[in-house]
Design a protein around this ligand. Structure first.
Ligand code: ARG
Length: 479
């Protein structure tokens, strides 16, 4: 999904005089022509525009508005245009305003006056709404595919690291020991929800506007069920005014994209931190890093930094569309031409970020020893000690106090908790803490104890990752 804004040719006003100008006494102002044109960015919709027009011609034939020969000529002409565009032979003309007029005009050039019948019972208003919905539907499918791949990569990495120890954080302070696999499955859970939202948005995107014409429907009584079948829509926009003016699906998609990028920015922030010398939890492959122009030692995590930064555009695109729609009276308004660039940008940004992460995630190397040392350094098993005391019948608040004292002594001695004697742990010669405490104070003991649904114990992480992988495989096996 590359951005395309192929330069457009400008022909002299003479050549295009008359196009949509029936009721005007003068030609369009040259600046206005440029200002109102969208062909620079909506030519990206050519595939969907041609598919929509082919379906429309077939429907017009079915309801007897054009003859089978006329429909055949239109379809053949449109297919020829598709080849021209794909082989870069098509000349986009700015004076023809948009992708729709460019293609229609070329059809007329190619097949003569039969081409002029294509627009019967149709308006650019329902045409463009159809094109965007088709384009977004197809884009959602590509994004979902890439997203599914990323879920798979995360679950696989989590399985590999189901017992790799690291500190879990709150307030970015070492809090409790967890497994790296558990952390990765938290990322998995975020993306899993995002992809679910994406599928939900697809349902509302995949509704047919065509047949609404300009706003009120058309006296030709189009067979909209047939159109929906031909174009693979799962439903039909129920109200013709809403059909041409609704852009909720685009807003929803941009919202899903913004939230997904927000999630990705969190992962990326963590990867940036973890790959720093200070953390040294992970190493990223050289091919995903860049150097500095002045500091020869630098290995910069540009890819995750850039993904983090791209969240700004995804959020901006959502705000653009919300503001675009705010206070718009029914039905179609030219404002809506402004829906495309933010939408296309969110599609491309999200797709590219998922591709980048699919390259990066499977190639992350965990520095086991650093992660383990960081978990040891932060007194991360202090809560386990409190839980141990609770099991010895000490009320939790008292246990909390007692452990606080033990941590204070460990800090003073610059020792980990499990290096303290029983007397040092108890803070007195006698106390509730006994020899068996040392099992609890170990990192492995701590994570193994959290052996419940959603907990960090290696067995739980393995079970979660395996269940995720088999679900993903089952989804992939579906036709
Ligand atoms: N280029 C226009 C758009 O993207 C197509 C619809 C134009 N409709 C109209 N009534 N001027 O919205």
């Amino acid at each position: 999904m590359s951005k395309n804004s192929t330069p457009v040719n400008q022909t002299s006003p003479k050549e295009t005089e008359g196009l949509l100008r029936g009721r005007f006494a003068e030609a369009t102002d040259e600046f206005v022509e440029r200002f109102t044109a969208s062909v620079g960015f909506d030519q990206r919709l050519y595939n969907e525009d041609i598919a929509g027009s082919i379906a429309h011609a077939q429907m017009l034939k079915k309801i007897g508005v054009i003859t089978p020969d006329e429909s055949d000529a239109i379809v053949t002409g449109l297919q020829e245009i598709l080849v021209e565009i794909k082989s870069n032979k098509f000349i986009w003309r700015i004076e023809l305003e948009d992708v729709h007029m460019n293609i229609e005009q070329r059809l007329i050039e190619l097949i003569g006056s039969t081409g002029k019948k294509l627009h019967t019972g149709r308006s650019r208003n329902d045409q463009v709404a159809t094109d965007i919905r088709l384009h977004l539907r197809n884009s959602i499918d590509l994004i979902a595919e890439e997203g599914g791949r990323l879920l798979n990569n995360l679950a696989k990495l989590a399985l590999d690291h189901s017992d790799t120890l690291m500190p879990g954080f709150t307030h970015l302070q070492a809090a409790q020991p967890i497994t790296f696999g558990h952390h990765l499955m938290a990322w998995f859970a975020m993306l899993d929800r995002d992809l679910e939202r994406l599928q939900d948005c697809r349902k509302r995107t995949n509704q047919l506007p065509l047949g609404a014409a300009a706003l009120a429907g058309t006296p030709y009584c189009p067979d909209r069920i047939y159109l929906a079948e031909l174009l693979g829509f799962e439903g039909i926009c129920a109200n013709s005014l809403d059909a041409v003016s609704d852009r909720d699906f685009a807003i929803e998609f941009c919202s899903v994209a913004a939230l997904t990028l927000t999630h990705l920015s969190r992962w990326c922030e963590e990867m940036v931190l973890w790959s720093s010398q200070q953390f040294s939890f992970i190493t990223m492959p050289d091919r995903f890093c860049t150097g500095s122009s002045i500091m020869p030692q630098k290995k910069n995590p540009d890819v995750p930094e850039l993904i983090r930064g791209k969240t700004g555009r995804a959020n901006g695109n959502l705000l653009s569309l919300l503001t675009l729609m705010k206070s718009q009276p029914l039905a179609y308004n030219k404002d809506n031409q402004e829906d495309k660039e933010p939408l296309f940008d969110s599609i491309d940004t999200l797709h590219d970020c998922l591709i980048a992460l699919n390259g990066l995630i499977p190639n992350i190397a965990a520095n086991h020893e650093h992660m383990r040392q960081a978990a040891l350094a932060g007194y991360t098993t202090a809560t386990d000690l409190a839980d141990y005391l609770v099991r010895k019948n000490v009320p939790f608040r008292d246990a909390y106090e007692l452990v606080g004292g033990a941590v204070q002594r460990a800090v003073e001695l610059n020792q980990p908790l499990d290096a303290l004697s029983l007397e040092q742990l108890n803070g007195a010669e006698d106390g509730p803490i006994e020899e068996d405490v040392y099992d609890v104070l170990s990192l492995d003991g701590s994570i193994a104890a959290r052996d419940h649904l959603g907990g960090t114990a290696p067995a739980q992480v393995r079970a979660q990752a395996e269940a995720a992988l088999s679900r993903l495989n089952a989804n992939n096996a579906q036709p």
